[in-house]
Design a protein around this ligand. Structure first.
Ligand code: XIL
Length: 375
């Protein structure tokens, strides 16, 4: 190639490069000047959004830790085992503890740096019958006369269950629902009369459980957990029960409001209850939130979204006392209320209006969706 031609090629290349760069700069500064909207930020993360307010949790099971894994990773900072840590899950046969299944969930939480709530140690349901049988296999809670020996036996089983389970999970489970659903639905009584724990040990079973739990793992946060305790028919009796435990110096740190609600249920009642429980000096966890609607038309889902928006706005308002909000499942494909479509993701695991509604409770779900997806 002649010398001059080489020079020319070189100059042309430099010129084209310079032109490209200057055009690049020009378009960039022009875009800034035009104040173009930023490109869509993509899927928001609930745990990121709520990190300054409270933990955002989900109940999971052996199947959903696989089928819903990417949603778990993106959105949740806390897990609860839906069934696997209940007495029938951990000690189906007396003295034979089986932690392998629950461990699959607990290990996921530990590996991913998520909080783990323990659910639940003492409950009238999902608890094997042997807990309440005497040496001859007779149900103690159905006897006309319950002897001191019977009581002692059941008390030992209660304490042994708590000791083995809490010791095993110490350092991994930070909060326990020590007692679940002890308050009666019948306004004449404080405590549920059909609970074998109550029938055998009397009201003392609560005190025994919480004291033992605290002794075994002094670092664990101990919760009393129940449904409808935010409703007027149960609120005052629950307060009474908690107050009397606190007066006796029983170590109880928080109250779990389950939150199995339906669209339209009063949120004013929920607010009153939050104030009352906070006055007791207790921390509050919303432990099992799901908000049902049978109407899955566009309008029905929008109503559910609006209700979820108001609920989370309320939780944020009280985030000094509400330290965790757990949904009882992730998508409507895997919920214990399959006809109620109560969760944030639909049967295809796609975000519902309710999901978009809680992404920013100061805006409508449509605005949030449009902002994040750029639609
Ligand atoms: C439910 C589970 O979601 C179901 O899979 C199971 O069949 C029954 O229990 N209150 C509680 C939870 O404290 O343990 C319950 O979980 C729902 C009501």
């Amino acid at each position: 190639m002649p010398k001059n031609k080489g020079k020319l090629v070189c100059m042309v290349v430099v010129f084209v490069l310079a032109l490209t760069l200057s055009v690049g700069c020009f378009t960039r500064s022009n875009a800034e000047a035009d104040d173009q909207p930023a490109p869509p930020p993509g899927m928001p993360s609930l745990k990121e959004i709520y990190k300054d307010y409270f933990e955002i949790g989900a109940a999971v099971n052996l199947s959903t830790i696989n089928t819903h894994r990417s949603l778990i990773d993106l959105h949740f900072s806390s897990l609860t085992a839906e069934n696997e840590m209940k007495p029938e899950g951990l000690q189906r046969t007396e003295g034979r503890f089986s932690f392998q299944i629950a461990d699959r969930i607990v290990n996921l939480a530990v590996d991913q740096g998520l909080k783990m709530r323990g659910h639940t140690l003492v409950w009238h349901a999902q608890t094997p019958g042997w807990f309440f049988q005497d040496k001859n296999g007779n149900r103690i809670d159905q006897k006309a006369v319950i002897t001191e020996e019977d009581r002692q036996l059941v008390r030992e089983r209660l304490e042994s269950h708590i000791e083995n389970v809490m010791q095993y999970y110490a350092g991994k489970v930070y909060a326990w629902d020590v007692v679940n659903e002890a308050i009666s639905d019948d306004g004449r009584y404080i405590l549920r009369q059909d609970s074998p724990w109550f029938r055998i040990l009397g009201e003392e079973f609560l005190e025994i459980a919480f004291r033992k739990a605290h002794e075994v793992d002094p670092d664990a946060k101990l919760f009393y957990n129940d449904y409808n305790i935010e409703r007027p028919y149960k609120l005052n009796r629950t307060i009474q029960m908690l107050q009397s435990l606190l007066d006796k110096g029983v170590p109880i740190h928080g109250v779990g409001i389950q939150g199995h609600w339906s669209v339209g249920d009063s949120l004013a009642e929920v607010e009153q209850a939050i104030k009352k429980y906070a006055e007791l000096g207790l921390e509050i966890h919303i432990t099992e939130l799901d908000i049902g609607t049978r109407d899955i038309s566009a309008q029905g889902l929008a109503r559910q979204a609006e209700y979820y928006r108001q609920a989370f706005a309320l939780f944020k308002k009280y985030s000094d006392v509400i330290t965790s909000v757990t949904l009882w499942g992730i998508s409507d494909a895997a919920t214990w209320r399959p006809n109620d479509n109560p969760l944030l993701f639909d049967k295809n695991r796609e975000p519902k209006p309710a999901f978009w509604a809680i992404v920013d409770t100061d805006k409508s779900w449509e605005e949030n969706k449009a902002y994040y997806l750029g639609e």
